[in-house]
Write a protein that binds this ligand. Structure first.
Ligand code: ADP
Ligand code: MG
Length: 667
């Protein structure tokens, strides 16, 4: 009997809240609105703050301007109406034997139904006046039937996020009871864990809700955050070990026969950073363990050439390579660029997108005097489709990874038999985020820009000066340069904006005449998009009006002016991407943000952006301001949701989790 009970207890954490006394379907529905389904969810329901109620102040000793907490009994209350019954003030008098306190709430007459004379209340607020003592809109907690008072006062108490029908006291008491029910049954999530110096998980759960010092609440938060990070990091370690032990890759180190002429023909030399990164990649490619590497480099740092070299090493080794881009336009651009680079070497480059699957060279190009050559296929998401198949894939490169989810990344890799994988990203993601999203990857960083780049200067303008902005743009066109004009994306706003954009387009054409203006947006058919882009990159179109489809990867060095309309609508990381489209040639470049910032914070944000071109700095600012999920955009699936870990603040905790996970994995 006893053993059975214990088994029951062990799984209690995973059981629905209805196993708890007093939780019927109605209560369960309320809790569900708070995201609480199981007992464990309940115990992980994180207080939004704590109140130190160890020191209750006596009403008679409460001084003006002091923020404090008192406990008293309601002796009188009532609503006063004024301004023809349109406005009201609800007043409530509390006494605690040392004095009287008047609490006031404006325009909340229904409070009269909530409180009653004789009731005991805890009131938290700032004393406005001493004669008489008045506090406006204080926070109030009322005693409930059968309250264990020791839970709610004379201690540090948790204040939870609530939902309708759920009161602080009820929830607090429920959690208290549940904590005592699970006592002795809380298991550590890993064996040999936690390391010395950490509280146990059971302690953490308790102190999260009922700390005896605020510091304990923080330690509890850290312990629970560590657990969250550990789940991911141990999974990364496990994947890496599996790969190292069980998967083998074909050697793709190459023999330089094509890289050498390729590099010679380039009109620039690789930067030291590019060379270093290539050495790291080659070492992986030549080895027996499939490479899993993230290549980070700010926009314009020259990741594409590095990709080309890795591809050539693979082709030299007799294996095929796949390069995947996030958009059709980008796939098209890569296809063209790689065609130009690889054609002279007699290496075929295929294209595989939703719109164009025809350019995949047939496998029967081989003939007696021209044996089949390994090839590169450039494509988009379409590469995931069943219809795409390619044997002997030695290397998969994913460009601009932040547009792809982690799951997709793995799916593409499974297509071949353990090819090497190189993921390239221009979003200079902050380190915490990198370790969370790409914790199973090795990281190479191109931390140096090619020399001889024109400076990019950034300006902030209001719509009032748009006239001058267009004059400036036209001047630059006169000098032979090209310009991007970016409008907020259509996808978010529906067709209404397409109309607005279309008239914007007509307007811009008139202004820029005789220079030709092109227009691309998300709803344009793929073929048309590609066509417009081609004309722009060949210089036949001088201005490109675009939604954010130009955000990633486009490379037109002669375009030196970027005008972003409604700039306040974009995140900084996105603006940085956009700005990365210019400053790619030797000419000075100009980024002009046009917008109306409604708040000081919004203005400060854009101003900070004007002052730095360091993508990592910008990413940190952006993540602090908008949070990691928002920063990466909606496309980012695979972004783990944490209750306790904070990707902005917890970098050292994350490093610790990695170290611990590595140690556990060794055992
Ligand atoms: P990103 O890293 O943003 O993908 P790209 O690979 O598109 O950047 O490179 C940006 C531009 O810089 C391209 O026009 C490319 O040819 C050029 N470039 C790359 N490497 C060098 C280099 N070492 N020296 C000069 N120009 C370079
Ligand atoms: Mg790129």
């Amino acid at each position: 009997m006893h053993g059975l009970k214990l088994a029951d207890q062990k799984s209690l954490m995973k059981q629905p809240v209805t196993v708890l006394v007093g939780i019927g379907t109605e209560r369960a529905a309320q809790l569900e609105r708070l995201g609480i389904l199981t007992v464990e969810d309940l115990l992980l329901h994180r207080p939004r703050r704590y109140e130190d109620r160890r020191k209750l102040v006596r009403i008679g000793e409460w001084s003006q301007g002091q923020t404090a907490m008192i406990q008293g009994t309601v002796t009188a209350m009532g609503v006063k109406w004024y301004q023809h019954h349109r406005k009201s003030v609800f007043e409530l008098i509390l006494e605690d034997g040392s004095g009287r306190l008047r609490c006031r709430w404006w325009n909340m007459p229904y409070l009269e139904q909530i409180y009653r004379a004789g009731q005991t209340l805890v009131v938290f607020g700032k004393l406005k006046d001493v004669k008489p003592r008045i506090v406006d809109h204080p926070e109030v907690e009322a005693a409930e039937e059968g309250d264990d008072v020791s839970l709610h006062v004379h201690r540090i108490v948790p204040i939870y996020p609530l939902t309708e029908g759920v009161s602080q006291r009820w929830l607090r008491a429920l959690i208290w009871r549940s904590l005592s029910r699970i006592e002795g049954t809380v298991e550590e999530p890993f064996t040999g864990y936690p390391p010395p110096g950490w509280m146990t998980r059971a302690q953490a759960l308790f102190f999260l809700h009922f700390p005896d010092e605020l510091a304990n609440a923080d330690q509890a938060r850290q312990r629970l955050a560590l657990d969250e990070l550990m789940v991911l990091q141990t999974e990364f370690m496990r994947r890496r070990r599996n790969l190292a032990r069980n998967a083998s890759a074909r050697s793709c180190g190459g023999d330089n026969r094509w890289i050498r002429p390729f590099l010679k023909r380039l009109d620039f030399a690789l930067t030291a950073a590019q060379t270093r990164v290539l050495r790291e990649i080659r070492q992986d490619l030549a080895g027996p363990v499939p490479m899993r590497r993230l290549l980070q480099g700010d926009v314009g740092s020259g990741k594409t050439v590095v990709a080309a070299c890795a591809i050539l090493m693979t082709l030299e080794s007799g294996l095929n390579a796949v390069l995947m881009a996030p958009t059709e336009i980008l796939a098209e651009q890569h296809h063209k660029k790689f065609g130009k680079w690889l054609d002279p070497l007699g290496l075929p480059v295929g294209l595989w997108t939703a719109g164009r699957k025809d350019s995949l060279p047939a496998s029967n190009v081989a003939s007696i005097d021209r044996p089949e050559r390994p090839r590169l296929v450039v494509g988009t998401h379409a590469l995931f489709e069943e219809s795409f198949s390619l044997d002997a894939i030695g290397l998969v490169i994913i460009d601009e990874q932040h547009k792809f989810g982690v799951v997709q990344r793995e799916r593409l890799v499974r297509k071949g038999c353990y090819p090497h994988l190189l993921v390239m990203t221009a979003t200079p993601i902050p380190r915490t985020l990198a370790l969370t999203l790409y914790g199973d990857l090795d990281v190479s960083v191109i931390d140096e820009m090619p020399a001889g780049r024109g400076k990019v200067r950034t300006f902030l303008r209001t719509e009032a000066s748009l006239e001058k902005v267009w004059d400036f743009v036209k001047n630059k066109l006169q000098e032979g340069r090209q310009a991007y004009v970016v409008c907020p994306r259509l996808e978010e706003d529906g067709m209404g904006d397409l109309k607005a954009l279309t008239s914007e387009y007509a307007e811009l054409q008139k202004r820029m005449a005789p220079h030709r203006v092109g227009f691309v947006h998300g709803q344009l058919p793929a073929d048309d998009k590609v066509q417009v882009m081609r004309e722009f990159s060949e210089g036949r179109l001088k201005v490109l009006l675009a939604t954010t489809v130009v955000e990633v990867g486009l490379d037109v060095p002669n375009a030196t002016v970027l005008v972003v309309l409604n700039a306040e609508r974009y995140g900084l990381a996105q603006l940085h991407q956009l700005r990365g489209r210019i400053g790619r040639g030797a000419h000075e470049a100009y980024c002009i943000l046009v917008g109306q910032s409604r708040t000081d914070a919004a203005r400060a944000r854009l101003r900070a952006f004007c002052e730095t071109t360091d993508g990592f700095k910008i990413a940190e600012i952006d993540m602090k301001l908008r949070g990691p999920g928002e920063m990466l955009g909606q496309q980012q699936s695979g972004m783990p949701q944490f209750r306790f870990a904070d990707l902005v603040e917890d970098f050292s905790l994350l490093k610790e989790a990695r170290a611990i996970a590595a140690r556990l994995e060794m055992k």
